[in-house]
Write a protein that binds this ligand. Structure first.
Ligand SMILES: NC(=O)c1ccc[n+]([C@@H]2O[C@H](COP(=O)([O-])OP(=O)(O)OC[C@H]3O[C@@H](n4cnc5c(N)ncnc54)[C@H](O)[C@@H]3O)[C@@H](O)[C@H]2O)c1
Length: 249
């Protein structure tokens, strides 16, 4: 088992990539805190894991809320005794509109969840990893590196996640806390289904031009997250892993 005796906290684990990672991490031996703003969905993920013989519990938290994030981290440590892996996966794409038309409120909310949420996760988890080491995985996107028209808030948040990942990697490398980012392309999750409803065939047309000619799956992202969470990636920190079927190439 690649995560035996490890404890992982995964945000946004009610569905999509977070859910896939929670299941895979638990199957590889980790005890998993399933954190999400969607309490029902978080419970459902945790129940599926325990039904399959894994260890998990659900915590309702809005990652943009400092008290919620601190409480989720504390609940994880009191439940499982330690914290080895933080997977800051929760994220939203609230609005697609050209910069001058983008709503200020939605800009702020996007940044609060996608960027502040990642900061808060690291801020409250790192003290529990200090002295014993750990692995932090932050979810960015290929749009950290390439413009997505209509995505002024979303792209900015993801670009900043990569920058923040590098800062934390430099700061905490000596404490053996590794910090890396995952930068997915188009991945089949409820978020992509929503984008498809909004943008129509544009999503699939773009995927059809990528070298691998398809969208990715949440399970494929979970495999990369598992590698970064495990000791197999022990010399990797400060990296931003593009996983996109070659769309950026
Ligand atoms: N799907 C894609 O094509 C794609 C591509 C690149 C990056 N991403 C990023 O990957 C991550 C996972 O995306 P997904 O496609 O699985 O999304 P999803 O919408 O399918 O699932 C996201 C989960 O995050 C939760 N969440 C939303 N706001 C939250 C908050 N404030 N606090 C706690 N939980 C919250 C949702 O309830 C949901 O369970 C996100 O950061 C997203 O931006 C997705």
């Amino acid at each position: 088992m690649r995560l035996a005796n490890k404890v992982a906290l995964i945000t946004g684990a009610a569905m999509g990539m977070g859910e896939a990672a929670a299941k895979l991490f638990a199957a590889e031996g980790a005890a998993v805190a399933v954190v999400d703003i969607n309490q029902e969905g978080a419970h459902a993920t945790a129940e599926r894991i325990t039904a399959a013989g894994g260890r998990a519990f659900a915590v309702r938290a809005d990652v943009s809320d400092a008290d919620d994030v601190k409480a989720a981290v504390d609940a994880t440590v009191s439940r499982f005794g330690q914290l080895d892996i933080l997977y800051n996966n929760a994220g939203v794409e609230i609005e697609q509109a050209p910069t001058a038309d983008h709503s200020i409120e939605r800009f702020d909310r996007t940044i609060a969840i996608n960027l502040r949420g990642v900061f808060l996760g690291m801020k409250f988890a790192i003290p529990h990893m200090t002295g014993r080491g750990g692995s932090i995985i932050n979810t960015a996107s290929v749009v950290a590196f390439r413009a997505m028209p209509g995505g002024v808030a979303y792209c900015a948040s993801k670009g900043a996640v990569v920058a923040m990942t590098q800062v934390a990697a430099v700061e905490y490398g000596p404490a053996k806390i590794r910090v890396n980012a995952i930068c997915p392309g188009a991945i089949e999750t409820p978020m992509l289904a929503q984008a498809r409803r909004r943008m129509g065939t544009a999503v699939d047309n773009a995927a059809a031009f990528a070298p691998l000619r398809r969208t990715g799956t949440a399970e494929e992202i979970a495999q990369l997250a598992l590698f970064l969470a495990s000791d197999e990636s022990s010399f990797i920190t400060g990296a931003a892993y593009v996983i996109d079927g070659g769309s950026l190439a």
